[in-house]
Design a protein around this ligand. Structure first.
Ligand code: URA
Length: 220
């Protein structure tokens, strides 16, 4: 019988973890990500999409992956779902110019917006975990089930997780972070009837932000 040769296990997640953990600032992390060649998505994407917003923000939003507009512009959440995200945040006095930092679990656009593979996810996760650790936001918003399951390491669906006061523990943090899951804006564009759920979650988030002393601008 012919022996089936399997590819050697990828070292990309270990390499990613070493590179990410060596970064002591977001600028170093961005540079490490731009040099990293361990994620196949980088080969087809136009550019690395790392972050937008204020680096020492009290609120950090983590989404899924760049789409076509983000790939073209090099910033997360700039297309239609990003515009909806901005309106949602703005309605509770949050925005990327003054108090929000935004990133994604995946840093390169998957071709045709297909779901990322396990290998691609594993190569990106150390970088987003390091970004969250470096920002250490007072409140973390996880936009959609994919970001929630990846960073909270839970299998529950987004409808079970949304709007609740949760915690996100990361190895380099002594205390877990406060985290809340919201419906992904791209989902809300497809199902506008669920915007009332998103509005309830935003109000819950705003109340929590006030309790932990986050300065919100005009909005609510
Ligand atoms: N959807 C995401 O999750 N992230 C983006 O940056 C854009 C769309």
């Amino acid at each position: 019988m012919r022996k089936v040769s399997r590819p050697p296990p990828s070292t990309a997640p270990d390499d990613a973890r070493k590179l990410a953990d060596a970064a002591s600032t977001l600028a170093e992390l961005r540079a490490a990500l731009e040099d990293f060649e361990g994620c196949t998505l980088k080969k087809t994407a136009r550019q690395t999409v790392f972050s937008d917003g204020v680096e020492d923000a009290p609120v950090m939003v983590v989404g899924e992956a760049p789409g076509r507009d983000e790939d073209a512009e090099g910033r997360p959440f700039v297309g239609r779902s990003g515009q909806l995200l901005d309106r949602m945040l703005d309605s509770i006095g949050l925005n990327r110019q003054s108090n929000v930092f935004i990133s994604n679990v995946i840093f390169w656009r998957p071709p045709g917006n297909r779901p990322p593979t396990q290998g691609e996810i594993a190569a990106c996760v150390p970088f987003i975990e390091r970004a969250v650790t470096l920002v250490r936001p007072k409140l973390l918003i996880l936009a959609g089930g994919f970001a929630a399951q990846t960073l909270l390491k839970r299998d529950d669906g987004v409808m079970r997780l949304r709007g609740k006061r949760l915690t996100c523990g990361l190895p380099a943090l002594t205390e877990p972070l406060h985290a809340m899951v919201m419906l992904h804006p791209a989902y809300l564009l497809r199902r506008p009837q669920d915007k009332r759920l998103a509005w309830a979650d935003l109000l819950a988030f705003a109340a929590w932000a006030d309790e932990v002393g986050i300065q919100r601008g005009p909005g609510l």
